[in-house]
Write a protein that binds this ligand. Structure first.
Ligand SMILES: Nc1ncnc2c1ncn2[C@@H]1O[C@H](COP(=O)(O)OP(=O)(O)O)[C@@H](O)[C@H]1O
Ligand SMILES: O=C(CO)[C@@H](O)[C@H](O)COP(=O)(O)O
Length: 486
């Protein structure tokens, strides 16, 4: 019974699962929190990974481990492999002007957007690594001058697990490389010209591995107690971005659209052909199996619910009960959920708003319902964008921390206009990473078949009025004001 481990180093926490490589049965798991903020010292992720590994009973008995991580975060290393500055995360919007500049320099407007979509499958927005590099070059030239290599959160963690053996040993995979803005999912090659356009010069980038290739072996010393690994080397998988890992974790197939409600809200499908949406809503990522992963991402998902609960002074279960006690459409109360600005639509400086307040709608239940509906409406817009790019939707699979909310599960079919299926609460990103590790350990042309999860289906009469009202409200927002210390 070989064991494998999967790591999910996501925005809010690090989770580790240890599973049976052949059956996928869960053997043990652990987790540790990440610091808040959109700028984080990668060493905090390393500490969390070690803590989560320890909570999961260690890695000494596993055959292979793979790391999945939040996408796009800019991890800059100097010649000695030291971190140059805290990483800017996918939800850090300070590079919004840099994104606009990169589009303008490629011809501007539709021409500039089409250039980027055709070149690397995505139109620059603040989330993508290329725009963060441009921001660094412009705003912190001294730090920029020290950068010898740039990689992503999961690349850096995999490299640390290998013992940080020099910059040339950095490895990544197609899924995460496709979120940088300087790697083409169509050709499978880096675009050093675009890296240079963004940063002013070319620096070392990780080698892009195939889906089940080995990224190295675990350095036993990183486990801290110098213990020898009994069955020989622990193999390191290539890892991938967290959304590509979730697709692998839920076993998404043709006709499946996954909606993940974590810190980000994502809507994505596994596809045989790459997407190149010059409109910019759909990012044409690669997946973790050799195919593609067209994906829409919002910056505001589970934390909209967290914030609504804080605002109302209740816990998340009570928020859910409150939301379900209000009528569909919340009698016209609408929350536009741009609490962190927004990426889809591209409104990095926008703030959230509540519209439709009356004496009748000024209740905790209405506000709770409006928060759930507003968050889901933004994702429903994403689902439409995915369909417009050719996705077929036979099944919508709901995952992520937000899917633990009964209100989300029950209101989603009203907003999406179709049933949703929900696998049991679990860590599907870490599971996907573990499945990749099993593929690396066992070999074969495809990932091992693990038993499909029992899913629960939630169906409800669609309520189109919810989205109509949201469409009236979503463009009415104020911009962020500067807050000292923010
Ligand atoms: N029962 C629940 N109802 C609503 N939200 C929940 C519930 N349980 C967890 N969450 C939320 O899920 C989020 C974490 O989800 P997760 O998918 O782990 O995020 P990430 O991968 O971005 O770190 C948190 O914001 C948390 O409050
Ligand atoms: O930026 C994206 C996808 O393009 C995000 O989905 C990040 O990958 C963060 O994921 P979570 O931590 O929210 O799961």
């Amino acid at each position: 019974m070989p064991l494998v481990a999967g790591v999910d180093s996501s925005t809010q926490s690090c989770k580790v699962v240890v599973r049976d490589a052949e059956t996928g049965a869960l053997v043990r798991e652990g987790r540790a929190p990440h610091p808040d903020g959109t700028e984080v010292d990668p060493r905090a992720w390393w500490d969390a990974l070690l803590a989560a590994v320890e909570a999961a009973g260690g890695l000494a008995d596993v055959a292979a481990v793979s790391v999945a991580g939040q996408q796009h975060g800019m991890v800059c290393l100097d010649e000695a492999g030291e971190v140059v500055r805290p990483a800017l995360l996918w939800n850090d919007t300070r590079s919004a002007d840099a994104a606009r500049d990169l589009i303008a320099e490629a011809g501007g407007g539709e021409t500039g957007r089409r250039f980027w979509a055709d070149a690397v499958g995505l139109v620059p927005v603040a989330s993508f690594t290329a725009t963060k590099l441009r921001w660094l070059a412009r705003h912190e030239p001294e730090r920029a001058a020290r950068v010898a290599a740039v990689c992503l959160p999961h690349d850096w963690l995999t490299w640390r697990l290998a013992g940080a053996p020099g910059l040339a040993a950095l490895r990544t995979d197609r899924g995460d490389a496709s979120g940088t803005g300087y790697w083409s999912p169509v050709t499978g090659q880096y675009r050093p010209d675009l890296l240079e356009k963004a940063f002013g010069r070319v620096v070392e980038v990780p080698t892009v591995l195939g889906p089940a290739a080995q990224a190295g072996v675990l350095d036993p010393a990183v486990l801290g107690d110098g213990r020898a690994v009994p069955g020989g080397d622990v193999l390191l998988g290539p890892g991938t971005g967290d959304n590509a890992a979730a697709a692998l974790g839920v076993g998404a197939g043709p006709g499946d659209v996954v909606v993940s409600i974590g810190t980000s809200g994502t809507v994505f499908a596994v596809a045989d052909t790459p997407a190149a949406d010059a409109g910019g809503a759909v990012a044409g990522f690669a997946d973790a199996t050799g195919r593609f992963l067209p994906l829409v991402c919002t910056l505001n998902a589970a934390r909209v619910l967290d914030s609504a609960a804080t605002l109302l002074g209740v816990d998340l279960d009570t928020l859910s009960d409150l939301a379900l006690s209000a009528p569909p459409g919340a009698d016209g109360l609408v929350m536009v959920p741009y609490l962190e600005g927004e990426r889809t639509p591209d409104r990095p400086t926008a703030t959230g708003a509540v519209h439709g307040l009356t004496l009748r709608t000024a209740t905790p239940a209405h506000l709770a319902r409006a928060a759930v509906e507003g968050m889901l409406c933004a994702l429903a817009d994403g689902l439409d964008a995915l369909v417009a790019q050719g996705a077929t939707v036979e099944r919508v699979i709901l995952v992520g921390g937000g899917a633990r909310s009964a209100a989300v599960r029950r209101i989603a079919p009203q907003v999406f206009g179709r049933p949703v299926v929900v696998p049991p609460p679990g860590e599907y990103v870490a599971d996907g990473a573990a499945r990749q590790a099993a593929w690396v350990a066992l070999g074969g042309a495809t990932p091992p078949d693990w038993a499909p999860k029992d899913t629960e289906e939630y169906a409800a009469e669609p309520v189109p009025a919810i989205r109509q009202r949201y469409a009236e409200a979503r463009d009415h927002t104020l911009d962020r004001v500067a807050v000292p210390g923010e």
